[in-house]
Design a binder for this molecule. Structure first.
Ligand code: NAD
Ligand code: UDP
Length: 310
């Protein structure tokens, strides 16, 4: 089995790559290091089943030899990153998706797309199920990411319907764990690194907005199953942990877990910050036999250790 992972040097890509290599599969990893780091994959270079190509997937892609599965993860994922690179974000989840889908068609490979809970936007239903169509402002500040993910999903389904390609769409909810960048702007690195330094934790808005955090170990297992299980062509599956928590409560939990003397600093809300987000994961349970196992308190332990070591 030979797998192509785009965005392999990123947070999720590097962990997923390890999972395939563990099973003795071959992985070709592509990345341009826009938001990822060579350090995330440096330890894999000694593995003869791992081959890395430094490449921008916005350009036409060709690789030699067979490819059985393509997992398209390349894309800035943190709101700070995608707002800093708005056009790149739109290119990598349009042209990059098109190029990788074209390669999948050529190689007769299965295709897994890393979509996001952001396709649900300011969700009007709660929790979010896969059959909810979302509520997205097409010209809002987050639209570069949301609309690119929605376009990519539509493109995947077009390849499935027109060419019979075996595509699967993972709608990933907030994921955390080791290898997140300290300054990537996401809430976990922001809160944990400040708590460890005893600095105030910046809470945007009144902190009542919620998120549901999935540990990387669980997410990788879900993506791994979605990539390998037979009979899932055209399926869209939420992957996340339904344990919902407010951002204020998260801040207090992190202060407790790190024995920190930090306080909370309330800042103006981020524009169009989704007020509630929580996945319904019944479909993943039914189709993949998957559900998250790592609770927030437990999952925060190795994440805090990671930020201590940085
Ligand atoms: P990340 O920023 O750590 O990783 C993305 C990787 O893609 C980086 O290594 C980056 O250098 C690479 N990349 C970006 N543009 C590229 C290009 N043009 N060519 C080649 N490589 C390129 O982000 P992540 O958290 O690992 O997210 C991975 C995927 O999962 C993204 O598609 C993201 O939208 C999706 N996702 C993540 C989360 C989450 O909570 N982490 C939630 C929803 C969806
Ligand atoms: N957030 C915060 N302080 C920070 C970073 C984020 O209060 O330093 C809040 C943010 O406003 C949002 C939530 O935490 O409500 C999650 O933000 P993140 O950037 O991690 O990802 P999002 O889920 O918004 O894509």
């Amino acid at each position: 089995m030979r797998v192509l992972i785009t965005g392999v040097a990123g947070f999720i890509g590097s962990h997923l790559c390890e999972r395939f290599l563990q099973e003795g599969m071959q992985v070709v990893g592509m990345d341009n290091f826009l938001t990822g780091s060579p350090q995330n994959i440096a330890h894999l270079f000694g593995d003869r089943n791992f081959h890395f190509i430094h490449y921008n997937v916005v350009n036409y892609i060709y690789i030699d030899g067979p490819v059985d599965v393509i997992v398209h993860l390349a894309c800035p994922a943190s709101p700070a990153d995608y707002m800093a690179h708005p056009i790149h974000t739109m290119k990598v989840d349009s042209l990059g998706t098109l190029n990788t889908l074209g390669l999948a068609k050529l190689k007769k490979a299965r295709y897994v797309f890393a979509s996001s809970s952001e396709v649900y936007g300011h969700a009007q239903v709660h929790p979010q199920r896969e059959d909810y169509w979302g509520y997205v402002n097409p010209v809002g500040p987050r639209s570069v990411y949301q609309e690119a993910k929605r376009f990519s999903e539509a493109l995947c389904m077009a390849y499935h319907r027109e060419h019979g390609l075996d595509v699967r769409i993972a709608r990933i909810f907030n994921t955390y764990g080791p290898r997140m960048r300290r300054e990537d702007g996401r809430v976990m690195p922001s809160f944990i690194s400040r708590a460890l330094r005893g600095e105030p934790l910046p809470v945007h808005g009144d902190g009542t907005q919620t998120r549901s955090f999935c540990h990387i170990e669980d997410l990788v297992e879900g993506l791994f199953k979605l990539s390998l299980q037979e009979g899932l062509a055209g399926e869209v599956v939420n992957l996340g942990n339904p344990e919902e928590i407010s951002i204020k409560e998260l801040a207090l939990e992190i202060i407790r877990l790190t024995n920190s003397g930090s306080t909370l600093e309330f800042l103006p809300p981020r524009p169009e910050d989704p007020p509630r987000r929580c996945p319904d994961v019944e479909k993943a349970k039914k189709l993949l036999g998957w559900s998250p196992r790592v609770g927030l308190k437990e999952g925060l332990k190795d994440t805090v250790e990671w930020f201590k070591r940085l």
